[in-house]
Design a protein around this ligand. Structure first.
Ligand code: GLN
Length: 591
């Protein structure tokens, strides 16, 4: 048994004789997996998730197996009950986990599906500890923050390492060093690094260099104090990444180096970047990847030939970002405030589609509460396509329906996502099938024509949290439909869901008889998942959230088709005479 394994086995047993307690999953061997901890100082919003995902990507390119994990400080068990306008969008993983939007950044950057093991909250950690306490697992010990709660965090990280056989686990700690709610996470990291031994882990501190307008020069004091705070918690950073509006000067880096015991060559300047996708290249240029590899002493595991290939593929993608592009505008119905974060995946999916088609996709946010049939044409006069995204409740829904009607009647390209799918069904039922009272029971519980109704499995559920129809599901595509063409004539596609309501099966026949085509449905269930209007230049809606699985290296076909249709509308481009065919071609060439 290796020396470190001895230490681990001594501390992994609970006993009343010893103060040590650090549960280790069966079969875990110290030394296989290294850990890279990313902690923020000075302020939140520095892009810890972006740094961590880009660093992980650079390691993945080198043929290393990477597993990211985000540790959130809040007490909610998952992100499902959080208001997206406060905390950013709720990102749904394939296994149904509702998590922080940063997980989307990891999935996009790594082109890898993640699951519940890659995300935890203080709520999850504490409920697990309390469950064990009730179960008698602590053998009469008084249950404490140290070692039991920190032990639970370490168990989570080691279990992820073991399960994924990762070379490196990237651990992003939410919040900022000095916050009360993440202090025990930072303590757990300190303990883990100590227990795993030298070269097992590296600590990256992200910090911010201020540049007050009145002074016109970069100031490092706030950064120094932030790093000092981390050091007071017992963490000596190995790498410091200085975020700033502009390139950080050598003088400032020197100051940071002196005050933090970090050699100058490991104090990196990370100025703002126009695109997140060019950050891996900047990090590579300044040598952050090799700094991490050296600290973790795993240079011998990398494969440089494989890296050359992966990097060439990535460069091909980022080169396209620089190409000249044609401007189009897509309207998205959404509230004005904090829209960027609440619709992060949609914005990303449009960006991927735009890059694939050399389109510069501008977004016009459309507040729908005041939209009526009388003003809708003015409000939508300058958009080339429209998205009605996911949503809950009644606010603005009539305005959204007016937008959908306008798009349908005026041949404006339309993509409906989840709520936007349901509202498209309602609009069609009202204005084409003549069911003037059609609505969703979510909006009007006792409506006489419930075209959208609660899913049977949802009727029995009580309480909130993790109980919608959630996660990745297969969709059976109907042959010879537009959707089927778009997805390369595939029999099935997989998308992620998050909903309680569905098209009421009693109305399917009526909708179909009036010209709506349900081109995707759940296998073996009458749950309609994609609809299209064959006579329209582009009118597709889905009960799913395809934006969640759009990746830079794998743009999502529905978004590519919307952008292609919008470009055709604006420029009447010959190459895009059949936007569906063009989108299918672009997507299959990339995939
Ligand atoms: N509110 C709708 C439902 O629960 C749509 C959900 C959504 O758009 N995510 O079915």
């Amino acid at each position: 048994m290796a020396k470190d394994d001895n230490l681990l086995s001594a501390i992994s047993k609970i006993s009343t004789d010893s103060e040590f307690f650090s549960p280790v999953p069966d079969g875990y061997k110290s030394g296989r997996t290294r850990y890279c901890f990313v902690v923020g100082t000075v302020m939140s919003g520095l892009g810890k998730g972006i740094f961590s995902s880009c660093a992980a990507k650079l390691m993945q390119d080198k043929n290393l197996r990477v597993s990211p994990i985000k540790l959130e400080g809040y007490l909610n068990v998952d992100s499902g009950t959080l208001n997206p306008y406060r905390h950013g969008e709720v990102f749904v993983l394939d296994d149904g986990m509702e998590c922080d939007m940063d997980l989307g950044t990891y999935e996009r950057m790594l082109n890898q599906d993640l699951n519940k093991d890659n995300f935890t909250t203080s709520g999850q950690i504490f409920s697990s500890v309390l469950h064990k306490e009730r179960h008698g697992d602590y053998l009469g010990r008084d249950v404490q923050m140290i070692p039991h709660v920190t032990g639970e965090v370490k168990l989570k990280l080691r279990s992820l390492a073991l399960k994924t056989n990762a070379d490196i686990v990237f651990v992003e700690i939410g919040g900022t060093a000095g916050d009360l709610e993440n202090a025990y996470y930072i303590e757990a990291m300190r303990e883990l690094a100590y227990e795993e031994g030298p070269n097992s882990s590296c600590f990256v501190a992200l910090t911010y260099i201020l540049e007050p307008k009145t002074l016109g020069e970069q100031k490092s004091k706030a950064a120094q104090l932030g790093i000092k705070q981390l050091m007071q918690l017992g963490i000596q950073p190995d790498i410091i990444a200085c975020r700033a509006a502009r390139e950080v000067s050598e003088k400032v880096r020197q100051k940071i180096s002196i005050y933090s015991n970090v050699p100058l060559e490991r104090v990196f300047s990370m100025p703002d970047s126009a695109s997140i996708y060019t950050i891996p290249a900047s990090m590579r240029d300044c040598g952050i990847d090799f700094a991490i590899l050296k600290l973790l002493k795993i240079e011998d595991r990398i494969n440089l030939r494989q890296e050359r290939k992966a990097w060439a593929k990535w460069c091909e993608f980022i080169d396209k970002i620089e190409l000249p592009k044609k401007k189009i505008t897509i309207g998205i119905t959404g509230k004005y405030t904090s829209v960027r974060d609440s619709y992060a995946s949609i914005i990303n999916a449009l960006e991927h589609a735009g890059i694939a088609l050399s389109a510069d996709v501008r977004i016009k946010w459309i507040e729908t509460t005041d939209i009526t049939d009388a003003n809708v044409s003015r409000i939508l006069s300058d958009v080339d396509g429209i998205i009605v995204p996911g949503g809950f409740g009644t606010r603005g829904s009539e305005g959204k329906i007016a937008c959908i009607e306008y798009a349908r009647v005026n041949d404006l390209p339309y993509l409906g996502l989840c709520f936007g799918f349901q509202l498209a069904g309602i609009e069609f039922a009202r204005n084409v099938c003549g069911l003037t009272k059609a609505n969703s029971t979510e909006i009007e519980p006792s409506c006489p024509e419930p075209v959208i109704d609660i899913l049977p499995e949802q009727k029995k559920l009580e309480g909130l949290g993790g109980n919608m129809r959630l996660g990745g599901r297969e969709i059976e595509l109907k042959p010879d439909t537009i959707t089927w063409e778009l997805f390369g004539k595939a029999k099935k596609v997989r998308m992620r869901f998050r909903h309680r309501y569905e098209v009421n099966p009693e109305y399917i026949e009526l909708l179909e008889n009036s010209g709506m085509v349900f081109s995707g449905k759940a296998p073996a269930h009458p749950i309609m998942q994609i609809l299209e209007l064959p006579e329209h230049p582009f009118f597709i809606a889905t009960q799913a959230h395809p934006c969640l699985t759009s990746r830079p290296l794998r743009p999502e076909p529905m978004f590519v088709a919307l952008v292609a249709a919008a470009m055709k509308k604006r420029y009447n481009d010959d190459k895009l005479s059949n936007p569906i065919e063009a989108a299918a071609k672009v997507c299959s060439a990339i995939n």
